[in-house]
Write a protein that binds this ligand. Sequence first.
Ligand code: ARG
Length: 426
Amino acid sequence: MSDQKERVVLAYSGGLDTSVCIKWLQDEKNLDVIAVVGDVGQEHDGLEKVKERALATGAIECLVIDMREKFANDYLSYAIAANAMYENKYPLVSALSRPLIARHLVEVAHEFGAKYIAHGCTGKGNDQVRFECSITMLDPTLTIIAPVREWDLKTRNEEMDWASAHGVEVPTTKKSPYSIDDNLWGRAIECGVLEDPWIEPPEDIWTMTTSPEAAPDEPEYVEIEFADGLPCAINGEKDGLLSIIEKMNEIAGKHGYGRLDMIENRLVGVKSRECYEVPGALALIEAHRALEALVLERAVLHNKLGIEQSWAEAVYNGLWFSPLKEGYDAFLATTQLCVTGTIRLKFYKGNATVVGRKSDFSLYSYELATYDEGDMFDHKAAKGFIDLHGLTSKVWARNRHEQNVWTSVFGDESARWLKGNPWINR
Ligand code: ARG
């Protein structure tokens, strides 16, 4: 028993990098490798094959874990509540899956008595941060190994040579020129020609979405029902979150909706050009936002916008299990009660438009809003409201006029503070 090797749990994808990791961890670190393959809804042609590959490469065990239900119910549900978009655009596809995978890695480490966890991320991306921060927060006694950061295999060719020399099966299929990470919430595509921000993404990078030009000529309407902030039915049929997300990906993707092309600020300080296709994620967030617009009280809605941004940033930066995010979650949770109702979306050639909304908790009041007969709004009350609302500005304006330092940007010659200001003197 004493000569039993120590164990490492490796996040395994079946690609070249993580296959080389298995061998490298054995040879260089003298560890027994337990591979973990997570099904988070990514495109694949059979994870059993991936398992065989791990075992053939030398892993002592390979667990294929279906994480999709948990991903939808315990991770994407929060992203919907937060209308989560990093830099107002990216719905956090990869950022959401990492803490989920990390949680399973830690569980497997405990189960198999492993002291080490390894991942195949490079030193340049966000994913390493997300894995490591998550693992450390779940169990600070575990030690993390990142072989790709440690080894000296700079190019793919060097890696293939190392693999051949060490008996690691090298994939025969030609590798895509892109780096891709995908799951239930969408697909991230980077590298290759995309590294030139001036070049339009070639059509072949997209697999979840039809090009808007080739999308159906007929629009399609979809009704999404929410209960306390979570989608619970699609087109009148009750359904689970996982299934609704899959259906939305299908429908929105068919209509060419959900392609993004952006320059993004990574946590490690690099700006990168990223393309995403996120048909279901964007459609559901769009619908959820529309329902919130109907049922949330104004101050809650306005403050929520700030929390949403902070939430997305925390999750992007790997802080899923942090006390900070937990605090945001508590705020979000209180806002989701009564986000219940139905949103009608219209998909057409790359667009998704909210065209209808209804809820028992609607705060929209026809009597207050209408300009027709039946208007109950007290027009006379507006005068006193405006007097007080504008009172401090009025006091200010009176004084500055008297002192002749009126700083209007509309070209008044006495605007002395603004003299020489290029935006004013254009
Ligand atoms: N830039 C995105 C993010 O940080 C996508 C990362 C995708 N990962 C990958 N290995 N291609 O969330």
